[in-house]
Design a protein around this ligand. Structure first.
Ligand code: XUL
Ligand code: CO
Length: 479
C-alpha cells in the first residue's frame, strides 16, 4: 500500500469513527434537532432509554445497574434503610455539571441538552431530573435557584423564570412522594457577589441577596421542601487590610435573622441549615468548620434557629475528619443534614467525589445512628462525575455506588452497635468517673481543695491502657 492510499484509508476510518460517536443516544444536542426547536417545551423524550428502574439484587449480583447493599425497605436497627438514608440528588452536579475544570473545557454533552441556557432547556432538564429520580428509586432532590432556572436581565425576570420552572416541578411532583430535601439561593457565581452576598461591602448587593433568598425560600416552601440551606460561598476574606471583619459578621448575622423572620412569616416549617466550609474561594471563611459556625450562632443568639449541613469534603479541607465534624455537630444538637461526598487525599481541593470508602461510610453511619437519623435532613449527593465519565449510564453508576457505599456503612455500623464491645470499651475507659468523687466532679461539685485532698490520699495514679488497637480491630472486623 503506498502512502497516499494509507492516508486515505486512515481518513476514511477517522470519518466513520467521527460519525459513529456523533450519533446521539436520544436527542441531538442541536436546537434544530428532532427533540424540540428550543422555543417550546413539548419534548417528552425518554431521557434514559434502556436504563431500567434500579433494584436491589444483593451482593452477589454482577449487574452494575443494581443495588448490592441498599435495600430500601429492609429494616436495620428498627428503621427502614430508606428512612436512615433519605438520599437526595443534587441538581447542580447531576444536571448542570459540565466536566469543566480550571484547565479544561466541558466534557459532558448530555443528549437532552440543546446548548442553550433557556427556560425551555431548564424545563427539559427538570423532566430529566424527575425521570432520573424515579429510575434511581429515591424521592428527594436539592437545588440552587439559578441552576434550575436561568438568570434574567432583571431580578423580576429571574423570578419569573424561576416561577415557570418551579411550577413545572410542582406538576411533576404530583402523585409522587418526590420533594426537595432542600433548596438554596446561588449567591456566589454572579460577579455582583464578588465581595460576598450578606457580607458584601455594597448595601445594594446585600439587598439583592436578601431578595434572592426570600424568593428561594418561597419556592422551596411551595415545593414542600424539608430544609433550606445557606452556604456562604464568598462569605470570607483574602486579607484583613481592606476588610472590616466585625462589620461583615454583624451583617451576616442580621441577614440570617431576617431569614428566620421570613421563614416564620411564610409558615415554612423546614429546618434552616448552614453548611460550613473552609477557604475556597476566599482564604478565610466565616463558617470554617462546625465549631466556628457554632460559636458564630451562639454569639448572635441564633442557636435553636439553625442546624448544620456537614459536607465530608469540606470537613477534610478544614483539617478534620468527617466524623469529627459530624460529632461536633451532633453533641451540640446541630446535626441536620449531610452533603455526602469525599475529597481526594492527594488533591487539596473540593473535588466533590462520590463516597466509595466503606470504612469512612461506617464512621459516618455510626454518628448518624447515634443521632437517631437525620430526618428531616438526609444525605444529599453533593458529588459529581469525574471529568472523564461521559456516558449517561455513568450518572446512574455514580449514584448507585454512593448509595451502596453508605448502605454498607449503615449495615457495618449496626453490626458494631449490636455487638456492643466498642461501646463497652468506651464505657470502661471512663468508668473511674462513675465513682462518688467522679460523679461529684461531673455535677460541678468538687472544688480544687477537695480534689487536692483526694490526690494526696490516692498518691500516684495508675493509668490504664486506652486499648486503641483493640478498638480498631473491633471496627475493622465489622467492615
Ligand atoms: C460548595 C457546596 C455547595 C453547597 C450548596 O462547596 O458544597 O454546592 O452545598 O450551595
Ligand atoms: Co455542599
Amino acid at each position: 500500500m503506498n502512502l497516499t492510499r494509507l492516508l486515505l484509508s486512515l481518513l476514511f476510518l477517522g470519518l466513520i469513527i467521527f460519525f459513529a460517536s456523533a450519533v446521539p443516544e436520544t436527542c441531538p444536542a442541536d436546537i434544530n434537532g428532532d427533540c424540540g426547536d428550543g422555543s417550546s417545551d413539548t419534548w417528552q423524550g425518554d431521557f434514559f432509554p434502556g436504563i431500567p428502574k434500579i433494584k436491589y439484587e444483593g451482593p452477589n449480583s454482577k449487574n452494575p445497574l443494581s443495588y448490592k447493599w441498599y435495600d430500601a425497605e429492609e429494616e436495620i436497627l428498627g428503621k427502614k434503610m430508606k428512612d436512615w438514608l433519605r438520599f437526595s440528588v443534587a441538581f447542580w452536579h447531576t444536571f448542570r455539571g459540565t466536566g469543566a475544570d480550571p484547565f479544561g473545557a466541558p466534557t459532558k454533552t448530555w443528549p437532552w441538552e440543546d446548548g442553550t441556557n433557556s427556560v425551555t432547556m431548564a424545563k427539559r432538564r427538570m423532566r430529566a431530573n424527575f425521570e432520573f429520580i424515579k429510575k434511581l428509586g429515591v424521592n428527594r432532590w436539592c437545588f440552587h435557584d439559578r441552576d434550575i432556572a436561568p438568570d434574567g436581565k432583571t431580578l423580576k425576570e429571574s423570578n419569573a423564570n424561576l416561577d415557570e420552572v418551579v411550577y413545572l416541578a410542582k406538576q411533576l411532583q404530583e402523585g409522587t412522594d418526590i420533594r426537595p430535601l432542600w433548596g438554596t439561593a446561588q449567591l456566589f457565581m454572579h460577579p455582583r457577589y464578588m465581595h460576598g452576598a450578606a457580607t458584601s461591602s455594597e448595601v445594594a448587593v446585600y439587598a439583592y441577596a436578601a431578595a434572592q433568598v426570600k424568593k428561594a425560600m418561597e419556592v422551596t416552601h411551595y415545593l414542600g421542601g424539608e430544609n433550606y440551606v445557606f452556604w456562604g460561598g464568598r462569605e470570607g476574606y483574602q486579607t484583613l487590610l481592606n476588610t472590616d471583619m466585625k462589620r461583615e459578621l454583624d451583617h451576616l448575622a442580621t441577614f440570617l435573622q431576617a431569614a428566620v423572620d421570613w421563614k416564620k412569616k411564610i409558615g415554612f416549617n423546614g429546618t434552616l441549615l448552614i453548611e460550613p466550609k473552609p477557604q475556597e474561594p476566599t482564604k478565610h471563611q466565616y463558617d470554617w468548620d462546625a465549631a466556628t459556625t457554632y460559636a458564630f450562632l451562639q454569639k448572635y443568639g441564633l442557636v435553636g434557629e439553625f442546624k448544620l449541613n456537614i459536607e465530608c469534603n469540606h470537613a477534610t479541607l478544614s483539617g478534620h475528619s468527617c466524623l469529627h465534624e459530624l460529632e461536633t455537630a451532633r453533641i451540640n444538637g446541630l446535626l441536620g443534614n449531610i452533603d455526602a461526598n469525599t475529597g481526594d487525599p492527594q488533591i487539596g481541593w473540593d473535588t466533590d467525589q462520590f463516597l466509595t470508602d466503606i470504612g469512612e461510610a461506617t464512621y459516618i453511619m455510626l454518628s448518624v445512628i447515634r443521632n437517631g437519623g437525620l430526618a428531616p435532613g438526609g444525605f444529599n449527593f453533593d458529588a459529581k462525575l469525574r471529568r472523564e465519565s461521559t456516558d449517561v449510564e455513568d450518572i446512574f453508576l455514580a449514584h448507585i455506588s454512593g448509595m451502596d457505599t453508605l448502605a454498607r456503612g449503615l449495615r457495618n455500623a449496626a453490626k458494631i452497635i449490636e455487638d456492643g464491645s466498642l461501646a463497652e470499651l468506651v464505657r470502661k475507659r471512663y468508668q473511674s468517673f462513675d465513682s462518688e468523687i467522679g460523679a461529684q466532679i461531673e455535677a460541678g461539685k468538687a472544688d480544687f481543695e477537695t480534689l487536692e485532698k483526694k490526690a494526696m490520699e490516692w498518691g500516684e495514679p495508675s493509668v490504664p491502657s486506652a486499648k486503641q488497637e483493640l478498638a480498631e480491630i473491633i471496627f475493622s472486623s465489622a467492615i
